[in-house]
Design a protein around this ligand. Structure first.
Ligand code: AMP
Length: 188
């Protein structure tokens, strides 16, 4: 099978994790969420987990080199790079490193899905996620910080990918199946 790399982007609470896993399953891609990988490191108490924990609880960004090394480890054990990236890249530096990494593996970005959800709805979703999942970085102050970090460090990447004609904008408001079908329609 040929390599394929999809990226799903959007603010915290847009539904990247949920939709990313669905799209990955349909396209036979590995869903690679740097947030999930980091939470796993924290749970296992690895060195990386120990370094990342306080940063994550503050809603700030784990340093680029740690993230890029973690992603490299994931790509290393694939014969063919077939991934859906969720939560990475999150900074211009990570985006540049990703291009270099993909080139090493003979792969390139296929498309970037931008999930669009209005701010008021994001806050509601994050509050209910905090109640259901009990994620330790879903407290109000941390959520606000994560929104700010998204706007400052990550949102500019949308222009970076748009300039390369990779950006696919999708309305992220609606029930899960509706949004999944919209994404599929937009990728087709
Ligand atoms: P997420 O599950 O994607 O919302 O990520 C949860 C937290 O993990 C973020 O608030 C960051 O502290 C950290 N994190 C996840 N992905 C990255 C990344 N690509 N770069 C830096 N920090 C990250």
């Amino acid at each position: 099978m040929a390599s394929e790399v999809l990226l799903i982007m959007g603010p915290p609470g847009a539904g990247k994790g949920t939709q990313g896993k669905r799209i990955a399953a349909r396209h036979d891609l590995r869903a690679l969420s740097t947030g999930d990988l980091l939470r796993d490191h924290v749970a296992r108490g690895t060195d990386l987990g120990t370094q990342a924990q306080a940063i994550m609880e503050a809603g700030e960004l784990v340093p680029d080199h740690l993230i890029v090394d973690m992603v490299r480890t994931e790509l290393d054990d694939m014969d063919e790079v077939r991934v859906l990236l969720d939560g990475f890249p999150r900074t211009p530096g990570q985006a540049v490193s990703l291009d270099a990494l993909l080139a090493e593996y003979g792969a390139e970005m296929s498309a970037v899905i931008q999930l669009q959800v209005p701010d008021e709805e994001l806050v509601e979703r994050l509050v209910s996620r905090a109640e259901q999942e009990g994620r330790s970085d879903d407290g109000e102050a941390t959520v606000r910080k994560r929104m700010e970090v998204y706007a400052e460090a990550t949102r500019p990447l949308l222009d970076f990918y748009d300039a390369r004609n990779l950006l696919v904008r999708v309305d992220g408001v609606g029930d899960l199946d509706t949004v999944t079908e919209r994404i599929e329609g937009a990728l087709a």
